[in-house]
Design a protein around this ligand. Structure first.
Ligand code: G1P
Length: 275
């Protein structure tokens, strides 16, 4: 059973400036719910009630969001507005939220390592909340991956096919197909050019990581963009045959980009109001 989920939320969100000048990008709302809450709900649905945030300066709103707002709740108690807070109250009641600060922005691998004191020696999920994933007809993506973990006991990355023109934005895998939608990863490359890419299967922001990843990251040199990359650390696990790539059921929106964010907003709105 995986109990913990890591949320690296220290990034600046420059693509959404000026909206993210003084507000964390993870708090941008898709309709009426901040992006990060979608990720936390997905983690809790997968049984990962212990949510560990790797935060940075200027991210205090995230900690406040997952805490009681005594004044506000007192103010609207008994009014017809009370129900508007019910989704976040439910999350707060079910979850445990811990935070640590990443003091320097040295890459996603470094962010994961900064979360080690919150995770400890156990397997854990990871959500990059820029990626909003939905699967209205079945379990969420993390729950699907947790189920696979029970079977394989290896790190797992969620992948999807992307067009050649987009591949340079992602970590890309190559592997042996075990069954429809499931691969044993043989090679992975962070942000390759379309020519270098070993396949069209791109990693999206859902991972299950085994705790040996921490020691591997400590020993991983900076890679693409001069940053310590989680993909490079995973590549070392893949060499030992213990990384799976999973083509998930559902839809993923890249909310780190304006078009993806608008698409997600339209999708959630249509789903909520049946428009
Ligand atoms: C990160 C990872 C990359 C992955 C992507 C998914 O990149 O390094 O391997 O494909 O998330 O969203 P970033 O988007 O932070 O540059």
């Amino acid at each position: 059973m995986i109990r913990k989920c890591l949320f690296p939320v220290a990034g600046y969100g420059t693509r959404f400036l000026p909206a993210t000048k003084s507000m964390p990008k993870e708090m941008l709302p898709v309709v009426n719910k901040p992006l990060v809450q979608y990720g936390v709900e997905e983690a809790i649905e997968a049984g990962m009630n212990n949510c560990a945030f790797v935060t940075g300066r200027g991210k205090r709103a995230i900690a406040d969001h997952f805490d009681i707002s005594y004044e506000l709740e007192h103010q609207i108690a008994g009014s017809n507005k009370e129900s508007l807070l019910s989704s976040i109250r439910e999350v707060i009641d079910q979850g445990v939220f811990t935070m640590v600060r990443q003091r320097e922005m040295l890459g996603l691998g470094h962010a994961v390592l900064s979360g080690e004191p919150l995770i400890g020696p156990e397997p854990f999920g990871m959500v990059l909340s820029d990626d909003l994933c939905v699967n209205p007809d079945g379990p969420g993506v993390l729950a699907q991956m947790a189920e696979l973990f029970r079977q394989f006991r290896c790190s797992i990355v969620a992948v999807q096919e992307v067009p050649a023109a987009e591949i340079h934005k992602y970590g890309v895998i190559a592997g042996e197909s075990l069954r429809e939608g499931l691969y044993r990863v043989e090679r992975m490359v962070e942000k390759p050019t379309a020519d270098e890419a070993p396949s069209n299967l791109a990693i999206i922001g859902r991972y299950i990581l085994t705790p040996d990843i921490f020691d591997i990251i400590r020993d991983t040199a900076p890679g693409a963009s001069g940053e310590i990359q989680i993909t490079d650390a995973l590549q070392r696990q893949a060499r030992d045959g213990c990384v799976m790539a999973y083509k998930f059921a559902g839809q993923r929106f890249d909310c780190g980009s304006v078009p993806g964010f608008v698409e997600a907003t339209n999708h959630v709105y249509e789903h909520m109001y049946g428009r």
